[in-house]
Design a protein around this ligand. Structure first.
Ligand code: PAF
Length: 299
């Protein structure tokens, strides 16, 4: 299968690198990472240890069987515009936050699948990504139900050795992953700890309280997600990615804009009852972004 991975950051490079064991993969991202991968291949270390040789470019190729989108949520409109120019059979969003699939579907004519990914990834240096936790990819039709496209993408991921589940209940899965990100990302970014600190430590209670609020908002939107399912998912991902620095903690370490608006901020914006834990986490991360001149909607 010809696979284009749009967004060769840490997670995109890891997923694309693993897919390159079996498929013809093009990683689309920025230099110097892309130039290094083109010249010397992509080294994967950590829980997986191998060097693979995907193609790599700063612009997407004209056509591919599958496009996997891994950019940050605030770059989804740009990804949608770029992919609108490609001849694609199917698109899969493997991004954090909500609303990405709808945004892609406004520009791309191929079917857009929803996906979640709990693999942990860290960019060590250009051309080298570390797998800090073997998680799971879950994918399926974004509105739920069976999908032939999802079945074939599942077969392709499985053939490359990724842990993949094809699900018929993606709306619930997306809310569950949102609970995981709401619990883990801002908490680890603010406390400057790795995900494993949330398994037993004091920040873990904050993470689980945020997840319980997400489950309540999900149920208010007609999605069957219990508080127990949400907190169990947070603790489970914190355990399996214990050595991982979450994507938001990596953004804060790098002085880069975070996905707070599409994660805890999304929950605050879509809640009908108070969600004080998510609101506090959102305010604190936004305050940090304002202090770094990464956003200008401060007081
Ligand atoms: O954003 C992240 O870091 C990841 O989605 C996850 C699963 C929380 C692991 O760190």
């Amino acid at each position: 299968m010809d696979v284009l991975v749009f967004g060769a950051g840490s997670l995109g490079s890891l997923v694309g690198g693993l897919l390159a064991r079996e498929h013809d993969v093009t990683l689309v991202g920025r230099d110097p990472h892309v130039a290094t991968v083109r010249e010397s291949g992509l080294r994967i270390s950590g829980a997986v240890d191998e060097t693979v040789t995907p193609d790599a470019a700063t612009e997407p190729p004209a056509a591919a069987d599958l496009a996997v989108v891994t950019v940050k949520t605030f770059d989804t409109p740009a990804a949608a515009a770029a992919l609108a120019e490609c001849d694609l059979d199917v698109v899969l969003s493997l991004q954090n936050g909500m609303g990405n699939e709808e945004e892609l579907a406004t520009s791309v004519s191929a079917p857009v699948l929803a996906g979640t990914c709990t693999y942990g990834a860290r960019m060590v240096e250009p051309g080298h990504v570390e797998c800090t936790g073997v998680g799971e990819v879950v994918l399926g039709a974004r509105e739920g139900g069976q999908s032939d496209e999802a079945d074939s993408v599942g077969v392709a991921f499985d053939a490359a050795g990724l842990d993949v589940t094809v699900a018929t209940d993606m709306p619930r899965r997306l809310w569950e992953k949102l609970a995981v990100n709401c619990g883990i990302n801002a908490t680890t970014a603010l406390a400057r700890v790795e995900n494993g600190a949330l398994v037993d430590g004091p920040a873990g209670e904050t993470a689980r309280a945020a997840a319980r609020e997400v489950a309540q908002v999900a149920r208010d939107h007609g999605v069957d997600l219990s508080a127990m399912q949400a907190t169990t998912a947070v603790s489970g991902v914190a355990r399996t990615t214990a050595a991982n620095t979450s994507s938001m903690a990596q953004d804060v370490q790098a002085g880069a804009r975070t996905e707070i608006d599409a994660i805890n901020g999304y929950v605050v914006a879509n809640a009908t009852d108070p969600v004080p834990v998510n609101e506090t986490l959102t305010h604190l991360v936004r305050a940090w972004e304002i202090g770094q001149d990464l956003r200008d909607d401060g007081p």
